[in-house]
Design a protein around this ligand. Sequence first.
Ligand code: HEC
Length: 130
Amino acid sequence: MTNFKITSFAAAILIIAACHSKKKTTITTTTVASAATPAKSTTGIFEPGEEELMAVKTKFPDATLPILTEGHAIYTGVCADCHKAKSIYRIPEEKWQGIIDRMAPKATISASQKDALTKYVFSIKATQPK
Ligand code: HEC
């Protein structure tokens, strides 16, 4: 009888030890998984925010968030009718004005829509990660 008690006591210690080491592993895994940070986009096509507005104001002081938002809607709307919306990041900054001048008549957008589109594109270029 005494022998049996000792055996079950030893078994209980083993179980506790096993559970304890399992718990440790779980905690480590959770810490690693939560370290990921969200990325904006790899193409530069996303809803502009305060960061984009502040960055584009050096080039266009009269830019506003509603103007940039309108530009984004045009870029993902009528500018994506013939082809998919092209990566803004992939095209060098100095090429953009010429492309917009060439594409605006194709899309038959108004002068103010072209203005909004231009401000949006340059706000994205101004905040492009190096
Ligand atoms: C009527 C169809 C049509 C519409 C609308 C259109 N595109 Fe295009 N786009 C084209 C074609 C065709 C090409 C490829 C030939 C070329 O570069 O001219 C092109 C090429 C491009 C390129 C690549 C140019 C390069 O040199 O790599 C970009 C960027 C682009 N379009 C942006 C836009 C934007 C911004 C708008 C909205 C203002 C727009 N497109 C609207 C037809 C269109």
